[in-house]
Structures are given as structure tokens and as C-alpha cells.
Design a protein. Structure first.
Length: 199
């Protein structure tokens, strides 16, 4: 029987990536907006705290197991910023494009050697909203920040995240390549393994 799991996001890019990666298991991923789940207030100070808050909120409102991710970009020159504030780096109503513009402006004229960065992803799976032992998996993806956008794919900071192993921006990778390399792909493969062994 197919297991139904609520995904604690309405971000279409994340829904697509997670759905692709979980298609191997007999799991149906349902984004939380389909249940009218209100957005959780991300009051945590770390990726893992925010992921737990979001998973607990989705499980509480739906009665289903929930997966939540909290992910973001850490730029070494900015001491790990934008970090947990990646989606609102340019302000609470900021678009992805606004956030990228602010990042490029902040790093203007900085040489390549000082533009090192990584994407971090913390994934949490909770059986129910009172689950005392959620599964927690992490993935990180090293790269650096480009001086201008490249590529049309992906979402968020993908157009300015340079992938050294492939000599291109994340936004220039095919979706299946990105899933193999990305922080979210890494974390999700660990989560899939953990879910297999916990059943």
C-alpha cells in the first residue's frame, strides 16, 4: 500500500525534486497547501530547528507523517549568511531574484578565491507531530558564488552557484544531474536509507 506523506512546503521546485527522489519508494508525496496547512513560523536559529518546526506543524494539521526540509546557502565571506534566512535575504517579501541581486551586490568585486559557499539541507521525517525521535539527515554541496547569473534551470540561488566538478552553474545542470550532486539529493538519499531500515 502506498504510504502518504505530507511535504511541509509549497515550494514547487522542492516538491518536484523530493517527488522525483522518492519515486523509487512506494510513497505519495502531497504538498501541504493541498491540505490548507498554514505556514509554520520559522522561529528556529538553525536549519534543523526550523525543519522540525515545519514537519511538526504539517503532521499536526494533517494527521499524516511529514517530511520537512530547511535549506539555504552559506557564504564563507559573509560568515555563513544568508544561512537560515536564505529565502528572505533581501527582506520578508523578497523574490528569488531579489535575493540573488542582493547577494551579487554584497559580493561585488570580491575575487573568486573569497567567494566560496555551500548549500546546506537538513531533512526531517516525523511519523506524527509528537514523534520524539524524528529522522534527521543532512547534505551539503560545496561551490562558489559567480559574478553573474548563468543558466535557466533550478530555482533560488542556482543561477549564481558555481559547481566546480561540472564547471557550470547549478542552474545549467540537468535535473537528474542536480539531484545526484545537490545537498537536497544527498540528504534525501540518506533519509530514504534511514526510512528503509526503520520500517
Amino acid at each position: 500500500m502506498t504510504q502518504r506523506i505530507v511535504l511541509a512546503t509549497g515550494n514547487k521546485g522542492k516538491v518536484r525534486e523530493l517527488g522525483d527522489l522518492l519515486s523509487a519508494l512506494d510513497i505519495e508525496i502531497i504538498p501541504q497547501p493541498e491540505f490548507g496547512v498554514p505556514e509554520a513560523e520559522e522561529t528556529g536559529l538553525t536549519f534543523v530547528e526550523n525543519a522540525i518546526i515545519k514537519a511538526r506543524n504539517a503532521a499536526a494539521h494533517t494527521g499524516l507523517p511529514a517530511i520537512a526540509d530547511d535549506s539555504g546557502l552559506e557564504v564563507d565571506f559573509l560568515k555563513g549568511a544568508p544561512g537560515i534566512y536564505s529565502s528572505r535575504f533581501a527582506g520578508p517579501e523578497a523574490t528569488s531574484s531579489d535575493n540573488v541581486d542582493k547577494l551579487l551586490a554584497t559580493l561585488k568585486d570580491l575575487p573568486d578565491a573569497e567567494r566560496t559557499a555551500r548549500f546546506q539541507c537538513l531533512l526531517v521525517f516525523m511519523e506524527h507531530d509528537k514523534d520524539p525521535t524524528p529522522l534527521i539527515c543532512q547534505g551539503s554541496w560545496e561551490g562558489r558564488i559567480l559574478h553573474q547569473r548563468q543558466g535557466e534551470g533550478g530555482f533560488g540561488y542556482d543561477p549564481v552557484f558555481y559547481v566546480p566538478t561540472h564547471d557550470c552553474a547549478s542552474a545549467e545542470l540537468a535535473p537528474e544531474q542536480k539531484n545526484q550532486l545537490s545537498h537536497r539529493g544527498q540528504a534525501l538519499r540518506k533519509l530514504v536509507e534511514a526510512m528503509k531500515t526503520s520500517n
